[in-house]
Design a protein around this ligand. Structure first.
Ligand code: NIG
Ligand code: FE
Length: 404
């Protein structure tokens, strides 16, 4: 069955048909057709007469890709948000039992089914905003059996066809769990010997939180190198609060992305540029934390691919909205609308190792959004509501009006 859309503006994000006057490869009076979950035609509607039966919509883009989320959480950390808004820092939050370990307690008491259904509902809300692929990290289980409970819940959601497609990331090096507070070396060796080997097959990437009050470069290097030898790709949290050399580590390991980067040295930036590691920017987190932006102009000059993601998590980025992250990336970080949009489509796909999406061309996955907006620049306005009319993953409508 062939389905598709007609639109006065089909924005392909295909560099082959982009130029200075048309930076995102928009096709006027275009149409897109899908067959077996793939794009079978994209171009002018006059060149595809069958498109006369397709619905006419104001704007078409590739589906949005959220390349950094902690969407697999349960419970609520509203108390900690209030402390933070009143000027409290992570020490005040930790002394009240908050932070990552609070989410870990919530994962411990929830059943796998509860975790799975909470994640599914959250991803469906995210898809209603235009998201068709979402990276989801573990990192709230921490203990081996709880990390696996999270990863199985993520895998069960990933197997569905009625939600965004999911990329799963193993993040046991997110925080040292309470049980190991007095013996962090034992926690690291448990991750190495027990948790990581059982996560292989469930996760596609490994991540580690490399920062002053989190994990060291050496700890992260050891786990990420081992994970890489087991077939996992690498992405790292680096420089959110302090530059401890995480960007250099990410470059050294050939990570596909280095995420946060509020604090990064010139050397770290050079290393990322040389290794082709993308910079994943997370403006909702720095907004919540009241932080200054990463050095965007320097990243841009160095030619580093920029990705924009939500960081969806119950602590530092309590949002489910990638469009909100795009609005803040432009307003607070100084990205151009095009940079923000490429950062949530083409560059996001590459940073997840996905070559079949993030732009619309023949043979690409039919991950498409029909928008109730007439131009892609309107996507970076802080609407606070959904502007997606229909959200299509592999040719199947998962949110909005179904295709006829
Ligand atoms: O990306 N920096 C570490 N991880 C998250 C915070 C997670 C949490 O607070 O639950 C982040 O900001
Ligand atoms: Fe994060």
């Amino acid at each position: 069955m062939i389905t598709g859309f007609r639109s006065p503006r089909v924005v392909t994000f295909d560099p082959q048909i982009s130029d200075a006057s048309n930076p995102l490869g928009a096709v006027r009076d275009g149409c897109i057709a899908f067959e077996n979950g793939r794009v079978s035609f994209i171009g002018n509607e006059v060149d595809y007469p069958e498109s006369r039966s397709f619905p006419l919509v104001p704007l078409i883009t590739p589906g949005l890709i959220d390349a950094h989320t902690h969407a697999c959480w349960v419970g609520s950390r509203h108390d900690e948000y209030a402390i933070r808004m009143a000027g409290g820092d992570y020490r005040d939050i930790a002394s009240r039992g908050g932070g990552i370990v609070a989410s870990s307690r919530a994962i411990a008491t929830a059943t796998e089914h509860e975790i799975e259904s909470t994640l599914l509902a959250r991803l469906k809300r995210m898809s209603s905003l235009g998201v068709t692929t979402c990276e989801v990290k573990s990192g709230y289980g921490l203990l081996p059996e709880l990390e696996l409970k999270q990863l199985r819940a993520i895998a069960n959601v990933a197997a569905r066809r009625d939600a965004p497609s999911v990329v799963s990331t193993f993040l046991a090096l997110h925080s040292v769990p309470a049980e190991y507070k007095s013996n962090r070396a034992e926690y690291i060796s448990t991750v190495r010997d027990v948790t990581l080997p059982s996560a292989v097959g469930l996760a596609q990437f490994v991540d580690a939180y490399v920062d002053a009050s989190a994990f060291t470069v050496d700890e992260a290097r050891m786990i990420a190198t081992l994970a890489r030898s087991m077939g996992l790709g690498v992405r790292l949290h680096v420089g959110q609060f302090a530059d401890v050399g995480g960007a250099e580590l990410a470059a050294d390991l050939g990570a596909l992305s280095a995420d946060h980067l509020e604090h990064v040295s010139a050397r770290g930036i050079d290393a990322l540029a040389a290794s082709g590691t993308a910079a994943c920017l997370l403006p909702v987190a720095s907004f919540t934390l009241g932080q200054s932006p990463p050095p965007v102009a320097t990243l841009r000059e160095a030619g580093i691919a920029m990705v924009v993601a939500s960081d969806a998590n119950p602590g530092t980025a309590p949002t489910e909205s990638l469009p909100l992250a795009l609005a803040l990336a432009v307003r607070l970080y100084g990205l151009t609308p095009e940079e923000a949009l490429i950062g949530s489509t083409r560059n996001a796909a590459r940073s997840l190792g996905l070559n079949d999406r993030g732009m619309l061309q023949i043979g690409a996955r039919a991950d498409v959004v029909a928008w109730d907006l007439v131009h892609e620049h309107a996507l970076i306005q802080p609407w606070g509501t959904s502007k997606a009319l229909t959200v299509v993953v592999e040719g199947v409508a998962i949110a909005g009006t179904s295709l006829s």
